[in-house]
Ligand binder design. Structure first.
Ligand code: SF4
Ligand code: SF4
Length: 290
């Protein structure tokens, strides 16, 4: 069998031990909530927590989809926890966060795909932390877009994020159950309803995509009015997951950032360690200033 490519020097974990970071981790442990930051052992944790940013994953830890790049368990999910919105709001308040990303597993079992639960979480979090900025990173709400978008009107985010994750040719392999055109349409439809709320998407690179395919995907995003972009390196969570096809160089990430700005994206984060929520606070702030 082919050996996976070696991790280059630019893929590094950073120290994450400041007293404030330790305090936030303790608050999280008591809350029984899950963050992507901790669960995915994100290399940016120290930096993000230090800035008052974290990404929470709501609606349980079992997904109804099965993307082979993703480390989340799949199967039949548990019923929604009605206490979760309040628990999240109190935890965000206790952590003193300034920017929170709320994301979820896919809940194809729920009639609204979980949109109502996103709203409850957003509304309660804002009630307890009036100055916070909230980004939602939503699933594709496949088959129930109108209902989900209607429901989201009940508690709007400051940034609406939905990741395409990869180029259309790799969807069947990397995102079974998802649909490229549908995801693009979700971004467009949200923006059409809420022209003042920035929309955002992201791709993982290193799954086997060609550079011209990435550029075509960025163009598709712009054609659907998407304004903010993250591009990062895919890292294999374990040897049971989709292998890394290659490590994209920092220079290639810089080049793609330039391509994206030329296409009209207003904010771009592009680099090997960039994650969907990396520097989300600064990205959003820079967007607001433009
Ligand atoms: Fe958490 Fe995202 Fe920052 Fe990683 S990049 S630590 S997942 S907020
Ligand atoms: Fe993971 Fe999201 Fe795919 Fe579920 S839908 S398996 S949480 S990437």
């Amino acid at each position: 069998t082919e050996r996976p490519p070696r991790k280059p020097a630019w893929i590094r974990a950073r120290a994450q031990g400041s007293p404030e970071v330790q305090r936030l981790k303790r608050v999280l442990r008591d809350s029984h909530l899950h963050t992507v930051c901790e669960e995915a052992a994100c290399p940016n944790l120290g930096e993000c927590f230090g800035h008052g940013t974290a990404t929470f994953i709501i609606m349980g830890d079992i997904c109804t989809r099965r993307c082979p790049f993703c480390d989340v368990a799949h199967g039949r999910p548990n019923p929604l926890d009605p206490e979760e919105p309040e628990n999240l709001a109190r935890t965000v308040q206790a952590m003193g966060l300034r920017y929170v990303v709320i994301t979820s597993v896919d809940r194809d079992d729920l009639r609204d795909g979980g949109a109502g639960h996103f709203v409850d979480c957003t509304v309660r979090t804002r009630a307890l932390s009036p100055d916070i900025r909230i980004e939602v990173l939503v699933p594709d709400f496949r088959g129930r877009m109108d209902l989900a978008l209607d429901t989201l009107e009940g508690g709007l985010p400051d940034v609406f994020n939905h990741n395409l994750e990869t180029v259309p040719r790799l969807y069947r392999q990397a995102r079974p159950g998802a649909d490229y055109a549908w995801s693009l349409e979700l971004l467009r439809a949200f923006k059409a309803r809420h022209p003042h709320i920035p929309t955002k998407s992201g791709l993982m690179l290193g799954l086997g995509e060609e550079m011209d395919e990435v550029e075509a995907t960025l163009k598709d995003l712009r054609d659907h009015d998407c304004e903010m972009l993250t591009l990062g390196q895919y890292l294999q969570p374990s040897r049971h997951h989709l292998p890394v096809s290659r490590f994209v160089t920092p220079e290639e990430f810089d080049h793609l950032a330039q391509v994206a700005y030329d296409l009209g994206f207003r904010q771009v984060a592009s680099g090997p360690m960039v994650r969907s929520s990396y520097h989300a606070d600064q990205q959003a702030a820079a967007f607001a200033q433009k």
